[in-house]
Write a protein that binds this ligand. Structure first.
Ligand SMILES: Nc1ncnc2c1ncn2[C@@H]1O[C@H](COP(=O)(O)OP(=O)(O)OP(=O)(O)O)[C@@H](O)[C@H]1O
Length: 372
């Protein structure tokens, strides 16, 4: 069995907007020549500023949308060549968790129907077996099975994301892509969901692809990270290598923008200068050159290729750049403070799992907001 579970090969996605009698159509190159490999069993993260193409790439990887060019290889099979029927059958193996757990759930369906849907589509379980499996899944994601008859609006954001996770797990997937799975949730709830995903990954032997802009969450969870800028991957490396020795000036700027509570580090955060250019009219050459302090004439004219083996970087000058001053690089991945924070969240998560439905304000017996 290959070590690679999913591979993007020179993926492109262009969106065309507008156009008509008096208006010119605008084309956005949302994903521009992305090639990457996701290894079996890893947590692979995709990060970058808003609009850089993360969600579009995630949707392409699961063929929720079709690429303009390029292919996606899953277990040796090109997903872009599959017909609708074959793709539907594969859906049990490839699941998606959306950012907004409310709009991802049909408000007219009970939780039981929502979680049982993939079981109905992808398994031969009868109604009683499906009910049993739904109860099992609910318990596993920290929801009380007695809540199965309720509807999504009766749950908090964290609980709704747990429902989405249970639904994603129902068909026994091998790979799950989470598009900002925690960013719509309260900070304390975010950690609970992060912890739950980590536990489920171990238990079910999943491969996770996580899209996020919260670098602290990413550092905590991921094994490798791809950094995107204006539709392109500019750096791809193991998490620790990326955080301690980022080579692309954009990654360096992203990391420098994170406030880190390291003793002796400068207070405050450095903010990346300049606006992100319009994806409808991207700069020539290296797309980052308009914001890069190290840009030269070469950068303005020639697009750098993603170069390297384990630590890949798309920058003409990465070998000669001065080492960045990153307080974050001096903080260990699991600094005592970070460890304590996550331990606390984990404990809170366990407590919350036990009392989930009794603490939510939508529960008629309660009026107190919960951390869920
Ligand atoms: N269906 C669409 N039609 C037209 N343009 C689109 C469509 N989907 C995405 N885009 C554009 O493609 C670019 C990349 O969008 P995408 O949502 O992939 O970025 P992102 O990095 O996920 O951003 P965010 O973090 O804000 O979700 C953006 O300029 C966006 O406006």
């Amino acid at each position: 069995m290959s070590d690679i579970i999913l591979e993007a090969v020179d993926l492109h996605k262009r969106f065309t907007r507008g156009g008509g009698l008096f208006a010119k159509a605008t084309t956005i190159h949302a994903v521009n020549g992305v090639s990457l490999q996701v290894r079996r069993g890893e947590t692979f993260a995709i990060v970058g500023e808003s609009g850089c193409g993360k969600s579009t790439l995630a949707r392409l990887l699961l063929r929720l949308i079709d690429p303009t060019e390029g292919s996606v290889i899953h277990e040796g099979q090109d997903l872009t060549m599959l017909g609708a029927g074959a793709m539907r059958a594969l859906r049990s193996e490839l699941q998606f968790i959306f950012q907004d757990p409310f709009s991802a759930l049909n408000p007219r369906m009970s939780v039981e129907t929502i979680i049982a849907e993939p079981l109905r589509l992808h398994t031969s379980l009868n109604a009683a077996e499906r009910r049993e499996k739904v109860a099992e899944l609910m318990a596993r994601v920290g929801l009380r099975p007695e809540m199965a008859d309720r509807f999504p609006h009766e749950f908090s954001g964290g609980q709704r994301q747990r429902i989405c996770i249970a639904r994603a797990l129902a068909s026994g997937p091998k790979l799950v892509i989470g598009d900002e799975p925690v960013s719509a949730l309260d900070v304390s709830v975010q950690a609970q969901i992060v912890n739950l995903l980590e536990d489920l990954k171990q238990e079910f032997g999943l491969t996770l692809v996580i899209i996020a802009h919260d670098l602290a969450v990413i550092r905590h969870m991921s094994d490798r990270i791809a950094v995107m800028y204006l539709g392109e991957v500019v750096e791809l490396a193991r998490t620790e290598d990326l955080f301690t020795a980022p080579r692309h000036p954009y990654t360096q700027a992203l990391l420098a923008a994170i406030p880190v509570p390291v003793p002796g580090s400068a207070a405050g955060r450095k903010v990346l200068g300049g606006d992100i250019p319009s994806p409808a009219n991207p700069p020539s050459g290296c797309k980052f050159h308009t914001r890069c302090p190290h840009a030269t004439a070469l950068c303005r004219t020639t697009r750098p290729v993603l170069d390297g083996k384990d630590h890949q970087v798309a920058c003409h000058h990465h070998q000669t750049l001065p080492a960045p001053d990153l307080p974050l690089a001096r903080a260990s991945r699991r600094s005592p403070a970070a460890e304590a924070r996550f331990a606390l969240y984990r404990a809170a998560s366990r407590d919350a799992e036990l009392q989930i439905d009794t603490t939510h304000p939508n529960n008629p017996t309660n009026s107190k907001e919960t951390t869920q």
